[in-house]
Design a protein around this ligand. Structure first.
Ligand SMILES: [Zn+2]
Length: 387
């Protein structure tokens, strides 16, 4: 689908109807009118438009015991979105349908010291190869969402600082729009992941949610009523750089004692090595394996990490008081060792009894959470009334 198609979604009522159909999965026109308080003629005319645009399709269901069979509407599942999880080690690219089902995917390794031009060229060729898949009808592609580590200017779709690639000012959106005729959205990877959690992770019942990714770094995103919170200066959700120890180690950001320098995968490994003077260089995954094997030091180290995470999460609860906190990333594979002490710490430290009800859950989207997040950047544009 050409760029600009969805600028026609200017009617708030239209996006309300579209969203109602999406959330209910299948629904009759009469039920939409009841749920939205719009008049039946208004609903009918909006549905007609949505069907003409190919966003909504109908199917005849129900029993045939006389009278008219009820016609149910649902979102056209043959619409596609491209989600790209770009870096720092690989470019993972998938085509999903609007329900998040992956149709085709590809992963390309980023070489060390890659140049800006080579990065953009690999990004384009990765997308090109999934677009060319024989199962994809390119006229049904809605847009491209790119989740990029580091600092992103969302308005221009530029990667301002990509620290792990040692690159800056990468014009992702403008380059992709030169090559592809689709809408392009670029967002920080942790924020995209948070949006993906809200969109695909069964959290649509939640008004306020924070998702934290524990990987090579610690990133997070805040989703309020289905929308990402960016903040006045665009740094809302940077919980990885919240100071939790005045005298702690120097973080990649230059400050001392950031949460990230305790709870990222590499930080968990280096704290373990320092504490127990291990000879070989361990990774957080090795420590998890040791804990699984019943090694006491490894188990205690992960429990202690859970306690530190709990302290940071209490700070977040006291600042934002979200309904739900979703924990994701490779580190959370150790959830059996981390989660009990984390939750215990939260329950011990939060200010009120009621705040103990904050739901703390581990992501079920796994390693693809960020790619789903990238796809959701486009879906939000489509379904959001501001689009
Ligand atoms: Zn920091």
């Amino acid at each position: 689908m050409q760029r600009g198609t969805f600028q026609l979604m200017k009617s708030v009522n239209k996006s309300i109807v579209l969203n109602t159909i999406r959330i209910k999965e299948q629904i009759s026109r009469a039920q939409i009118a009841k749920d939205t308080s719009l008049t039946p003629p208004t609903v009918s005319s909006i549905v007609r438009e949505l069907m003409e645009e190919g966003l909504v399709v109908e199917s005849i269901l129900g029993n045939s015991s006389g009278g008219r069979k009820p016609t149910l509407l649902h979102i056209n599942r043959e619409l596609y979105v491209i989600g790209v999880d770009a870096g720092p080690e690989t470019i993972d690219c998938a085509v999903t349908d609007v329900t998040g089902k992956i149709i085709t995917r590809i992963s390309n390794v980023l070489s060390e010291n890659i140049s800006k031009e080579d990065f953009l060229a690999l990004l384009v060729s990765s997308i090109q190869s999934v677009v060319n898949d024989k199962y994809i009808n390119t006229s049904k592609i809605i847009g491209i969402g790119v989740a990029m580590h580091g600092v992103v200017d969302v308005d221009t779709g530029t990667s301002l600082i990509a620290p792990n690639l040692h690159l800056h000012d990468i014009p992702i959106k403008s380059r992709l729009e030169e090559v592809f005729p689709y809408m392009v959205k670029v967002e920080n990877d942790a924020r995209a992941m948070a949006l993906g959690e809200a969109w695909f992770g069964e959290h649509s019942d939640t008004d306020s949610m924070l998702a934290i990714n524990f990987g090579n770094g610690v990133g997070a995103g805040i989703v309020i009523k289905g929308e990402l919170l960016h903040g006045a200066q665009d740094i809302a959700g940077e919980v990885g750089h919240m100071t939790i120890d005045l005298k702690g180690d120097i973080c990649s950001c230059g400050n001392r004692g950031c949460f990230q320098s305790y709870a990222s995968g590499p930080a968990i490994a280096s704290r373990f090595s320092n504490k127990f003077h291990t000879k070989e260089a361990l990774t957080a995954a090795d420590i998890y394996e040791q804990a699984i094997d019943g090694e006491k030091q490894a188990m205690e180290h992960l429990e202690n990490t859970g306690e530190i995470m709990g302290i940071a999460i209490v700070n977040v609860i006291h600042t934002l008081n979200p309904e739900r906190i979703v924990l994701g990333g490779g580190v959370m594979k150790s959830k059996q060792f981390i989660l009990p002490s984390l939750i215990q710490t939260v329950e011990k430290r939060v200010l009120t009894e009621r705040a103990k009800n904050t739901q703390i859950v581990v992501s079920e989207l796994g390693d693809d959470a960020t790619m789903y997040g990238a796809a959701s950047l486009v879906l939000v544009e489509l379904f959001d009334q501001q689009a």
